[in-house]
Write a protein that binds this ligand. Structure first.
Ligand code: ZN
Length: 463
């Protein structure tokens, strides 16, 4: 037999151990893993001195196409994801226009995405006030999960996303539980954060620190507790997106210990930049929930090292520079979203594995197998025979400084520009095809396929 590709001599990160092994790939799948594979192959790539890991599955990305492609499109966004070591992602139901809230808008998104993705992808459906009757058709069309906002979101545009009221949250959960899906929740108390912001603005207090103080820790924790209570009442499986505080992690873990079907993600920025640095870095680091203090950040790191952060996601939420850097110095008016997906893997590998000695296998589970298992993405998330050959190389001995020129985003702003990272993604393969190489850059045409979850959580098929 002639394999398509053999990856030789890498430090292969399996689910529970790291071993020096060869990997053979045939027809996009991992065909063999062994100490030495001497068969013939179309191509043999030397991976010595590299960690060979499953690619990241980033279940929280905002590509803004169609409608706001000038913010970020599928081509630019997935080049950045591929260069950053992500091999599969889920696109959120907002910031494209129209928002993805029914069959029609999902189809518009699928058409816009077709042929423009370098990595595999799935779509989220939205839960918004007024679309309860549309959740079933979104589920039938194969959305990976549903997403809602408890904090205020959207714009004046009628096709934009909007946040849920408590009734919609409760009724939506009932429906989503029936459909056998997961509801992903942005948990912040809308009324309190909005009013605190208005009060500060009225006093002329509009700095980065004022913005942070308008969204205190308890406004995340309260929303998490309320959603957990609704979830318990409705038996809806819940996933909390971008959790930023240790107290919220604890509430979620307690609910899970009590038998609730709930998971959580956090993002690299909550571990690597603090609110104390926000003024200096500026608008590129504005997000919501906001960056937390160094003290809060240390508490969150403790939760990660204890294994209480199920998965890491980028929450890549790009925008044009004029929405970040306007003439006004009002930090409240700046677009809240971080352009960061190209540095999820290397940044967190550096901070968690190299600096804080988190086992690589644990890191790998957070970025790959946990999201695959939680969202029932078949054939992905692990280096094992018969799985998709979604593989990345990380060189742990190669450091670099993040520079604007190396970023693939449509708009090359990032809070990490100028930061030293002590490892580097050197290759990314999607189903056995190389899509990124450190020396060559993005390789070939966009080969990403849409993932479609047909009938509920356990029947996810590639189309
Ligand atoms: Zn988001």
């Amino acid at each position: 037999m002639i394999y398509d590709l053999i990856i030789k001599g890498g430090n292969v990160v399996l689910k529970d151990k790291v071993i020096k092994n060869d990997i053979a790939i045939l027809n996009g799948k991992i065909a063999a893993i062994a100490e030495t594979i001497d068969h013939k192959a179309e191509q043999i790539i030397d991976a010595s001195e590299q960690y060979v890991m499953p690619g990241m599955i980033d279940t929280h990305v905002h590509i803004c196409e169609p409608g706001r492609t000038e913010w970020e499109g599928f081509l630019t966004g997935t080049k950045a994801l591929a260069a950053g070591g992500t091999t599969c992602y889920a696109d959120m139901p907002l910031n494209a226009l129209p928002a993805t809230v029914d069959r029609h808008t999902l189809q518009l998104k699928a058409e816009a995405a077709h042929g423009k993705n370098y990595i595999d992808y799935a779509f989220y459906g939205g839960l918004v006030a007024g679309n309860l009757e549309r959740l079933e058709e979104l589920s039938d069309e194969g959305v990976i999960a549903f997403k809602c906002f408890m904090s205020t979101c959207g714009t004046d545009h009628p096709d934009d996303f909007s946040n849920v009221d408590d009734y919609t949250l409760f009724a939506g959960m009932k429906k989503i539980a029936e459909l056998g899906k997961i509801l992903s929740i942005h948990a912040e108390n809308a009324l309190i954060t909005d009013r605190l912001g208005e009060e500060l603005n009225a006093q002329g207090r509009t700095s980065a620190a004022d913005y942070v103080s308008s969204r205190p820790v308890f406004t995340e924790v309260e929303a998490v507790k309320r959603a957990l209570y609704f979830g318990k009442e409705t038996k809806c499986p819940i996933h909390f997106v971008h959790i930023s505080t240790a107290e919220a992690v604890e509430e979620i873990m307690n609910a899970r210990s009590g038998g609730q079907d709930v998971s959580l993600e956090s993002c690299p920025h909550y571990f690597t930049i603090s609110s104390e640095q926000l003024e200096k870095i500026g608008p590129a680091a504005k997000c919501s929930p906001p960056l937390r203090s160094m003290e809060e950040q240390e508490k969150l790191w403790k939760k990660l090292l204890e294994g209480k952060i199920d998965m890491l996601t980028s929450d890549h939420s790009p925008c044009p520079p004029e929405m970040k850097y306007s003439s006004s110095n009002n930090f409240f008016e700046v677009w809240g979203g971080i352009t960061g997906c190209q540095n999820s893997v290397d940044l967190m590998f550096d901070e968690a594995v190299l600096k804080r000695k988190l086992p690589i296998t644990h890191f790998s589970r957070m970025i790959s197998s946990n999201p695959a298992e939680r969202f029932n993405i078949p054939n992905k998330g692990e280096i094992a025979v018969s799985m998709d050959a979604d593989i990345i190389f990380i060189d742990a001995n190669r450091s670099y400084v993040v520079e604007e020129e190396g970023l693939y985003y449509r708009h090359k702003h990032s809070p990490y520009i100028g930061r030293l990272i002590n490892c580097r993604i050197t290759k990314t393969f999607v189903r056995g095809k190389i899509v990124y190489d450190l020396d060559q850059g993005i390789v070939g045409k966009p080969i990403g396929k849409a993932l479609k979850l047909k009938y509920g959580r356990s029947h996810l098929n590639l189309i």
